[in-house]
Each structure stands twice: as structure tokens, then as C-alpha cells.
Design a protein around this ligand. Structure first.
Ligand SMILES: [Mg+2]
Length: 230
């Protein structure tokens, strides 16, 4: 087996905390909207369905999520949601966008150590402006060789990202928390992948791998695993 030359890193919930902000906002959404819900619908379920339905139109990220909160608020309230509630939902979205990036435990030292041995590529989806700001303030941008913010993570996108950066798939491993986005499409194109589960997974990203994919408890374990691949 060829040695690893390039390490691809997912960002949200692999390098820094993200999903918790969405689940907290969903709780806030349900509390704010509950007085205005006219039927026995579950606002959390409607919000989740609205987000999924809008993915192809809005893409991923906080701005898309905020718009879906507004749409779901109008929907579950039968159009009676007050402007004050809409304002609070918009403010929550802005708060999420402006919130300082919080690296996961061990990320700073591990990524800096890996940069001395491998070429590093951050491959993330989500809102372009938001991801660029998180990267710029993460303290990681200087040691990463390639940064790719993509609209979807499927086999074709990975193929294109690797091709335009002259990365050979045989020497590439992708590391991330989402089996659906970080593991399965990379295996599909003949690359290797490492799964580092996060404490919460968005329902849209839940998927299983066959159990043969290396699964680490923390990014701190990554350098030792990579050393076994030489
Ligand atoms: Mg992720």
C-alpha cells in the first residue's frame, strides 16, 4: 500500500465545534414558536424537514439554516408568527455566524504536528463567508496547504478537488466526523478514510460504514494511526 502523502481534514465537528450550535438553536426555535403553533405538528420535525427540502436550493450552513427557521416558523404558526419572533430567529442566526471558532480538544497541537510530516487539505462544506472566517481565526490556516470549501461532498466533488490540487488518491486519507460526507465518498473513489465521531451528528449526516473503517476517539490518535500507514 502506498504511503500517505496528503491528509484531508473535515472542519465542522472535526476541527471545531459546530453541531451543538444548531441543536441549541433548534431548541430555542421550538420554545419561541410553541405559543403560535396552531395544530399538533412537532416544530422540530417541521424545521428538520424544511432544512432537508431546502438543501438543494440554499446549500449547507448557518444562513441556509436561518432561512429554514423562518420558513418553518411561518409554516407551523399558520402565518401568525409575530415579527418579534422572526427578529429573534434572525438574531440567533447572526449570533451563530459571529460566534468565535472553538477548536476541539487536541486539534491545534495535532494539526501543527501533522503539518511537519504531511501535506494538509481542509475540505469542508457550508457557507463560504462563514467558513473562511472560521478558518482565518482558527490559527490553522498557516499550516494547511490546501483549503477547499465545497457545496457538497460526494465522490465527484472529491475527484475534482484531488485532481485540481494534483493529489494522488492512493496517497490520500480523509479524516472527519461524518460517515456520509467524509468516509463513504472517499472510499468510493479509492481513497482511505478515518472516522472520528463527534458527540452529536445531524440527522442528515447519519450513515453507517461497514466497521472496517478506522475509527478514532480523538484527533490526538491520528498521528500514531498515520504512522502505521507508511
Ligand atoms: Mg463535519
Amino acid at each position: 500500500m502506498t504511503g500517505i502523502e496528503w491528509v484531508g481534514l473535515d472542519a465542522d465537528d472535526t476541527l471545531w465545534h459546530s453541531e451543538g450550535h444548531f441543536t441549541d438553536a433548534q431548541v430555542m426555535f421550538c420554545e419561541l414558536i410553541s405559543p403560535w403553533v396552531t395544530t399538533d405538528v412537532d416544530p422540530a420535525k417541521v424545521l428538520d424537514e424544511t432544512e432537508r427540502r431546502n438543501l438543494g436550493t440554499f446549500g449547507y450552513g448557518v444562513k441556509a439554516f436561518t432561512l429554514s427557521m423562518l420558513e418553518a416558523a411561518v409554516d407551523v404558526s399558520g402565518g401568525t408568527v409575530p415579527a418579534g419572533v422572526i427578529t429573534q430567529l434572525i438574531e440567533r442566526g447572526k449570533w451563530m455566524l459571529d460566534h468565535p471558532v472553538e477548536l476541539l480538544d487536541g486539534v491545534h497541537e495535532t494539526v501543527h504536528a501533522l503539518a511537519g510530516c504531511y501535506r494538509l487539505a481542509i475540505i469542508t462544506k457550508g457557507d463560504l463567508v462563514h467558513q473562511e472566517r472560521k478558518l482565518a481565526t482558527s490559527g490553522l490556516a498557516d499550516v494547511v496547504h490546501v483549503i477547499e470549501i465545497v457545496s457538497e461532498k460526494d465522490p465527484d466533488v472529491y475527484r475534482r478537488v484531488l485532481a485540481r490540487n494534483h493529489i494522488a488518491v492512493e496517497g490520500f486519507v480523509m479524516v472527519g466526523n461524518a460517515v456520509r460526507s467524509d468516509v463513504l465518498p472517499v472510499l468510493a473513489i479509492g481513497g482511505r478514510a478515518v472516522h472520528i465521531p463527534y458527540e452529536q451528528t445531524w440527522s442528515h449526516e447519519v450513515a453507517e460504514h461497514d466497521g472496517t473503517v478506522p475509527t478514532l476517539a480523538s484527533i490526538r490518535e491520528l498521528p500514531a494511526w498515520l504512522a502505521t500507514q507508511r
